[in-house]
Design a protein around this ligand. Structure first.
Ligand SMILES: [Zn+2]
Length: 319
């Protein structure tokens, strides 16, 4: 199949009632070759909401790319209302070298919406937003934990906004963290353009995890059902998500071998011992306790801890 290369995701290129694939030329490499982003589009016969799903903004966070492939297999263009757009890999240069960051070593999800006259990652981010993202009305941005950490299945969303709050509830996640996100993320940059956007954190990097992928597919389909893009019923969660009004990481202030007691999604009580640090001879040199009641959203898995290493990502203000 000959896939057209285009510079801007003009959705009028796709006829109602058809599916299309494109390569979008965002920037060019040092050999003057285009760096191309893969895009899938499914446009229903009837006009309706435009939902974008993005994955691998961090190049080694792979569950989302499988989610997008499956959602596009599941959606029937003849029954779709509105338009579904999927970008299975955003950070193509990072993806090709199995790394989180862009190939100039900057984190794309800290510098959105980029700059037209910026450095390599900034101009990439700027054009990605301008040529692709601005065409969306709703956005689900799929991520995973970073190397050396594990995450629960959790959502970051502005829960004071009824539309993004609803999108978050439909993901059937373990945890929802309220986060307004003024932080250079794709979610925030999309929000500035009036796009209703949430971040889904589904599992661990560098792998496909069936359960996580299945839940994220359900979450995307639920959003489409809720927006009347498809007729399938909404699939309710087995257990409701734990809601956190905010969250933060706890860090060590001593180097050594780190042992963390609670697992992800465990509830912790204020004062509960959550971690110890041993010196290399095995003596306990530091203990860490939960500063307040909360839930473990994510945690380190690598015991080798330099001073300032991450312990747990604690969700607090639970409901
Ligand atoms: Zn990420």
């Amino acid at each position: 199949m000959n896939i057209p290369i285009i510079k801007d995701l003009d959705l009028s290129l796709v006829k109602p009632g058809t599916e299309a694939r494109f390569w979008i030329h965002v920037v060019s490499s040092g050999m003057a070759q285009p760096i191309l982003l893969p895009v899938l589009v499914c446009r229903g016969k009837e006009d309706g909401p435009i939902l974008g799903i993005t994955a691998a903004v961090h190049g080694n966070e792979l569950n989302g790319l499988s989610v997008i492939q499956r959602v596009f297999k599941d959606v029937n263009v003849d029954k779709l209302r509105g338009t579904l757009v999927g970008i299975p890999v955003v950070n193509v240069p990072g993806f090709l070298i199995n790394q989180r960051k862009f190939n100039d070593d900057h984190d794309l999800n800290r510098l959105m919406p980029g700059r037209a006259d910026g450095n390599a990652s900034e101009v990439f981010a700027y054009r990605f937003i301008k040529r692709i993202v601005r065409h969306f009305e709703y956005l689900i941005d799929l991520h995973t934990a970073s190397n050396g950490r594990v995450n629960s299945y959790y959502i970051r969303s502005d829960m004071n906004d009824p539309v993004t709050a609803r999108m978050a509830m439909l993901q059937n996640a373990d945890i929802i963290v309220n986060n307004e996100g003024h932080d250079g993320t794709l979610r925030n940059a999309a929000g500035e353009l009036g796009i209703h956007a949430i971040t889904v954190e589904a599992g661990d990097p560098n792998r496909f995890q069936r359960g996580m992928i299945k839940t994220a597919v359900t979450g995307a389909m639920n959003v489409m059902s809720d927006l009347n893009m498809i007729e399938d019923p909404i699939e309710e969660p087995v257990e409701p998500a734990v809601y956190c009004s905010t969250s933060y990481w706890l860090y060590t202030n001593a180097g050594g071998i780190l042992e963390i007691a609670p697992q992800i999604t465990d509830l912790v009580k204020k004062g509960q011992r959550i971690a110890i640090v041993r010196n290399i001879f095995g003596d306990i040199i530091r203990e860490y306790h939960a500063p307040e009641d909360g839930i473990v959203i994510g945690r380190s898995v690598n015991p080798v801890n330099q001073t300032g290493g991450r312990i747990i990502h604690l969700g607090v203000g639970l409901k």
